[in-house]
Design a binder for this molecule. Structure first.
Ligand code: FAD
Length: 400
């Protein structure tokens, strides 16, 4: 029997990669809970920051874009930069894509991946099944990579929790639980600002605490983008255009530059349409740093240093850390110990070569874990357009 390729993950990147591999006639088994990050780890009522042109999951054959889904589902076609996409629509699109192209997806977890001595890999599923794969694609996205800054840990001794004093934004779906409560949201990115706006609309008193150079700001609406600069999925700018369409040389940049760009390009900035929902409804506290956090009597208190150098305390009923995600191979505990020690990494992220292959032949990474090698576009759904065809072509040539 021909050994399949295992694709671990059923978010946009896993679904797109698996569709491309299947399009090349390669036998594939796909594992994961389709679109779970969007369904359970982002707020209900969220609007995507990306535009319709940048929100399609790439497929090898036509007929699977977001606009195609709208036509098939009989909902309003989302096409222009002013058409806003609700998270509910995007989840339905991802599920439709999966049902059409990968109807045999397996809703189980991969609990371990180990190398076999003769080549290939052995995987164990949480159903108890053991099986052999000729190659493995890791597309586990945001899972397990939520980042809580150490200065907030003092108020989260048992780890961040939705019911404790401090949580991570990924631990919330229904923000109506904060109605009537005082809430602090730490962060200045879209996730922080939209979480704050949604909680305020649900009846919470919300304060956003932004740190350092990350000031609260909003992007320009599509009609006031500079016309003389090239269009990219993220707005009009030469830098965004190059990073979106030409990420090939990215992995040759010095490590410091690569990691900096992944963090800062398309970094903290609210979407243009969020400004009116945010201003006058959410208080903003721009501080130099959060020095520490405590939870006397179970309620969190942040100690902050202001830009003027003073020390202040901020109290609330709950703190949400909208502080993003950090790639760390050590957190991918389903990868066997021997595999993890053999992987070449750079600041916790796998170092990838041409075609998204890691230093272990046959082991590929796509999506967020590939951003340190292929740039910030890998943090977004539109990165599937660059990644999935190239990854599957490389895999087909090496293991097809
Ligand atoms: C609040 C928020 C808003 C965002 N808004 C946008 C936006 O507007 N536009 C945009 O382009 N991007 C946005 N992003 C980024 C977006 O989340 C990612 O681009 C996208 O989800 C990455 O897709 P993925 O397939 O790599 O991973 P995910 O969508 O995170 O999917 C991970 C998959 O891996 C599976 N999995 C994990 N571990 C295992 C295992 N051991 N075994 C089996 N399966 C496993 C899960 O079940 C899941 O199916 C946003 C992110 C956040 C946090």
């Amino acid at each position: 029997m021909i050994e399949p390729v295992a694709v671990i993950g059923a978010g946009p990147f896993g679904l797109s990669t698996a569709a491309h591999l299947r399009g090349r006639g390669i036998p594939v088994r796909v594992f994961g809970d389709p679109m779970v990050s969007w369904r359970d780890h982002m707020p209900a009522g969220m609007i995507l920051k990306s535009t319709p042109a940048a929100s399609s999951i790439d497929a090898p054959q036509p007929g699977h874009t977001l606009a195609d889904y709208c036509d098939a589902a009989g909902v309003r076609r989302l096409v222009t930069d002013e058409d806003l996409i609700s998270v509910e629509t995007f989840i339905a699109y991802g599920e439709w894509f999966q049902q059409k192209l990968l109807p045999d997806l397996e809703r189980v977890r991969v609990v371990s991946v180990d190398r076999r001595t003769g080549g290939g890999f052995e995987l164990k599923l949480d159903s108890g099944e053991l099986f052999a794969a000729r190659a493995v694609v890791v597309a586990t996205g945001l899972s397990g990579l939520a980042h809580l800054p150490v200065e907030l840990a003092g108020a989260a001794v048992d780890g961040p929790s939705a019911t404790g004093p401090v949580s991570h934004s990924s631990q919330h779906h229904d923000l109506t639980r904060f109605a009537g409560k005082e809430l602090i949201v730490v962060g200045a990115g879209q996730s922080a600002l939209e979480t704050a706006a949604l909680a305020a609309e649900a009846g919470a008193q919300v304060q956003v605490v932004s740190r350092g150079r990350s000031r609260v700001a909003f992007g320009a609406p599509p009609w006031s983008q500079p016309r003389l600069r090239p269009e990219s999925p993220f707005g009009r700018a030469w830098s965004l255009w190059a990073l979106s369409y030409y990420p090939h040389p990215y992995r040759y940049f010095p490590a410091q530059v690569r990691h900096y760009l992944v963090r800062r390009v398309l970094g903290p900035l609210g979407a243009w349409w969020l400004r009116d929902r945010f201003q006058d409804k959410v208080r903003v506290e721009e501080v130099e740093s959060v020095l520490g956090a405590d939870a006397p009597d179970g309620a969190p208190v942040l100690t902050v240093r202001t830009h003027a150098g003073a020390t202040r305390q901020l109290a609330a009923d709950h703190v949400i850390a909208a502080t993003g995600y950090r790639v760390d191979i050590a957190a991918m505990d389903f990868l066997g110990h021997e595999l993890r020690t053999r992987l070449a990494v750079s600041r916790g992220a796998p170092k990838l070569g041409a075609g998204y292959v890691s230093s272990v032949p046959g082991l590929y990474f796509t999506g967020l874990p590939a951003a340190a090698s292929y740039g910030p576009v890998m943090r977004f759904v539109c990165g599937t357009e660059f990644a999935s065809g190239r990854l599957s072509k490389h895999l087909a040539a090496a293991h097809g």
